[in-house]
Ligand binder design. Structure first.
Ligand code: SF4
Length: 354
């Protein structure tokens, strides 16, 4: 009973303070009978994995303008979708996004299934995303636990076990609070509480709807929770990218293999990436120059220092890797971030070579 009252307190707070997001059907709209669009919920959840709300807003708005339904997205060419995804990172997600859209169309008639179990069978949908879609789009009382929810639960119950070991305990605690009434709004309310009030550094306990039952507030431990097992420092890898500009303005580019980092994305031919630059050959014979500087980028598991080589090449140039992309079809915005950083370095060098 206490838990039900606690969920109700949070929902009352959410009715007034819900964040407005382009993919969200807010509490007032829901009360008026509007239902969330499962395509929007799914798309936003996939985009939000490891990316901030601020970054996702623009991408979500563009994707839904270009592809208003999951059927429109499923029918699009891979390269176009990968190009629009560029900059969001974690490109395996974009490939799974397309796969999932196509399965929804081919196996489900273009309508998303409405249970966690059925959603879990779709490509690129793991336990968290399945629970989030089932809850937010279909109002199923699933337990939705992201980083925000973990923080709120650790504080509410003053849990000092460090993450990630604390995950099962925090999920069990979250389950005891998930209500049968308005579970979709509730899931979003806990996330909003974590994002706006129960923030990592300075939780605003004074205006929190859960200040009365909160154990960490009473104990004065809120700012130090959740505890985390220290992460190992990331290693640094190095590599070289080759940027060849043909005299007609075409750039030498390659589509990276589907498997592996930046799989399926456009990129500059070059070496592999390792602790030391691996042995390799340039993609063609040319007067390669080192303009100095490095493109620095951090991936999930390592930092990358990518140096570049630049060359102007004649019309007959015959590359061992990649293909020349005409200037009219090359859009730097289609490149993943690290490749765009390399392009920015090289572009300056070509201006100097004029
Ligand atoms: S009272 Fe403070 S620590 Fe507790 S849930 Fe609210 S904001 Fe977080």
């Amino acid at each position: 009973m206490r838990e039900t009252a606690q969920a109700a307190d949070l929902l009352s707070w959410y009715d007034v303070h819900a964040r407005q997001m382009p993919w969200r059907t807010g509490p007032a709209e829901r009360a008026a009978g509007a239902r969330p669009n499962p395509y929007h919920v799914w798309l936003s959840e996939v985009m939000l994995q490891q990316t901030t709300v601020a970054a996702v807003r623009e991408y979500f708005t563009r994707f839904t303008a270009l592809w208003p339904t999951v059927g429109d997205l499923a029918a699009e060419e891979d390269a176009r979708v990968m190009g629009e995804w560029a900059g969001l990172g974690y490109y395996a997600r974009a490939r799974n996004l397309l796969k999932c859209a196509r399965v929804v169309v081919s196996d489900h008639g273009g309508t998303f299934p409405d249970t966690r179990e059925a959603l879990l069978k779709l490509p690129g949908i793991g336990p968290y995303t399945a629970a989030a879609i089932a809850s937010i789009a279909f109002d199923r009382p699933e337990v939705v636990v992201d980083g925000n929810v973990e923080r709120v639960m650790a504080r509410l119950h003053d849990v000092h076990t460090p993450l990630p070991a604390a995950k099962p305990e925090l999920t069990a605690l979250a389950a005891t609070l998930t209500p049968e009434d308005r579970p979709g709004d509730y899931a979003q309310a806990v996330m909003d509480l974590g994002a706006t009030i129960c923030t990592p550094r300075n939780p605003a306990c004074g205006i929190c709807p859960w200040r009365a039952p909160c154990a960490a507030r009473a104990a004065g431990t809120a700012p130090e929770l959740p505890k985390k097992t220290p992460k190992k420092p990331k290693p640094t890898r190095q590599g070289v990218a080759y940027l060849a500009l043909r005299e007609d303005g075409a750039w030498l580019l390659e589509t990276r293999p589907d498997k592996g980092l930046l799989g399926g994305m456009l990129g500059w031919p070059g070496s592999g990436w390792a602790e030391e630059v691996p042995p390799h050959e340039p993609p063609l014979e040319a007067d390669w120059r080192d303009p100095g500087g490095e493109a620095l980028h951090t991936f999930t598991h390592f930092h990358l220092r990518l140096s570049v080589r630049v060359a102007r090449v004649p019309m007959g140039a015959n590359p061992r890797a990649g293909a020349f992309l005409p200037a009219a079809t090359f859009r730097p915005s289609d490149l993943p971030t690290v490749m765009r950083k390399a392009f920015d370095l090289a572009r300056g060098a070509f201006v100097d070579m004029e």
